[in-house]
Design a protein around this ligand. Structure first.
Ligand SMILES: *Cc1c(COP(=O)(O)O)cnc(C)c1O
Length: 430
């Protein structure tokens, strides 16, 4: 499959007139169509809810769009909870799926009435000591261990993951929580990441549904929801085939009818905590080629770096690249496409075949809508970019301004030198 940008060259040229590169651009139309398709795919389940994984794209303008399709927020930190609260996401519309959780985060989650998803059996005592009781609705994160396989393919390695409780522990946890007054239970598991197969969710559902039936039978706990969490992936590579959410929804329905309905559990709600699937394809990083370098290899230097998109440096992840206006030219040049960090892993692509790139070309890096901007950091004192929303009516709206040096120095504001730096930034930064 050819990968196309969701924005035309003409439109992008127009946006760049107002907003200098680099920036992340998001596609309202794509976000809406996908959110609607997810909602429809699970409409067979009365209690279905998607809790958008806020960490993927923590921008209130984007999350507000998802709210229109009934989505809540999946949070795992103090600031993610604050952001959700500020957007008017309240009570059980917040799922708090954290791990190694600080006490003050449990306190805030409880204050907001969020559903708390316990990562470990020892957190029962920790939570009770922190908030003074056990909430009536509570969830536990499950990790069966071993390898997660589909046919003979290893999808991921839960046995090596820090998350969740063992099978033994989750049975004991349900018992203890019930004794301490919990009335409604949930189970959660995240066993494979970025899966590009329609089989992952149905297989995960089978594992969770079977445990749920046993848990309800053996502990007498009422299971209100089963949270399939994140993990539905996107086709980063042109040769990959996108997941079909309708087939995935039907696959989960089939297992639901085979396992839960005969056990008298046809009232269980299905929850999801998708991040990548909701936003990934509907964002891109817009950059400009500012240097070319011919040494032992051919290099193109961009005005963006790993601070703006960390996945290639961190995981060696593939992100497709389009040279705007040269979509139909032959890919007969082999380049390393680099950022400016003093780190040799700051490369958006290595040995990538692309059309000949000239300085000043607009280079679009695809699929940065999730775990893109949000994973960024400030190494080398580089600043994070703006975020812009391409609206359905074709206009572009700034939804986060770019960082300035004053932002970078903000945490020195309790010292003289810091206050000087911040003042100076306001004077010299344009
Ligand atoms: C990161 C995360 C998600 C979202 O994962 P995606 O791969 O973006 O779908 C969901 N739930 C939890 C607990 C997470 O940590």
């Amino acid at each position: 499959m050819e990968k196309k940008t969701f924005v035309t060259k003409e439109k992008l040229d127009e946006i760049i007139q107002t907003f200098p590169t680099p920036f992340h651009l998001y596609d309202e139309k794509g976000i809406r169509e996908n959110a609607k398709a997810l909602k429809e795919a699970f409409s067979w389940n009365k209690g279905f809810k998607e809790y958008f994984a806020v960490k993927a794209t923590p921008n209130p303008f984007l999350i507000q769009i998802l709210r229109e399709y009934g989505c809540g927020c999946d949070c795992s930190s103090f600031t993610e909870l604050m952001l959700s609260d500020a957007m008017g996401v309240k009570g059980e519309d917040i799922m708090f799926s954290s791990n190694a959780t600080p006490a003050k985060e449990y306190e805030l989650a409880d204050k907001l009435g969020a559903i708390i998803n316990l990562d470990d059996i020892t957190h029962i005592d920790f939570l009770e000591k922190t908030i003074g009781r056990i909430p009536e609705t509570i969830s536990c994160r499950y990790n069966p261990g071993g390898l997660f396989k589909i046919s003979n393919d290893i999808m991921d390695n839960p046995g090596d993951a820090k998350y969740g409780m063992t099978t033994e522990q989750i049975f004991e946890a349900f018992q203890i929580l019930k004794e301490k007054g919990a009335k409604e239970f949930g189970i959660h598991a995240f066993l494979a990441s970025n899966t590009v197969t329609n089989e992952y969710y149905p297989m995960l559902a089978k594992v969770l549904f079977e445990v749920a039936v046993k848990l309800q039978n053996e502990t007498g706990a009422h299971i209100k929801f089963i949270n399939l969490s994140g993990g539905i992936g996107i086709p980063y590579r042109p040769e990959q085939k996108a997941n079909d959410i309708k087939i995935i929804g039907e696959g989960v329905r089939k297992v639901y009818e085979e396992v839960l309905v005969p056990a008298g559990m046809g009232d269980v709600a299905i929850y999801t905590e998708l991040g990548r699937f909701m936003m990934g394809p509907y964002g891109c990083l817009v950059t400009t080629a500012i240097h070319e370098k011919h040494t032992h290899k051919e290099y193109i230097g961009l005005d963006a770096c790993a601070v703006n998109l960390m996945r290639p440096a961190m995981y060696g992840a593939y992100h497709h690249i389009t040279v705007m206006g040269k979509e139909n030219e032959p890919c007969d040049h082999k380049y390393d496409i680099t950022g400016s960090l003093c780190e040799n892993n700051d490369k958006f692509a290595i040995d990538r075949m692309l059309p000949k790139i000239d300085i000043g070309d607009t280079i679009v890096i695809h699929d940065t809508g999730a775990h893109g901007f949000s994973m960024g950091y400030n190494y080398n004192g580089k600043l994070k970019s703006a975020e812009i929303l391409l609206k359905e009516d074709g206009t572009a709206q700034l939804i986060r301004r770019a960082e300035t040096p004053a932002d970078y120095f903000a945490t020195f504001d309790c010292f003289d030198i810091g206050r000087q730096l911040i003042e100076e930034s306001h004077k010299i930064w344009k």
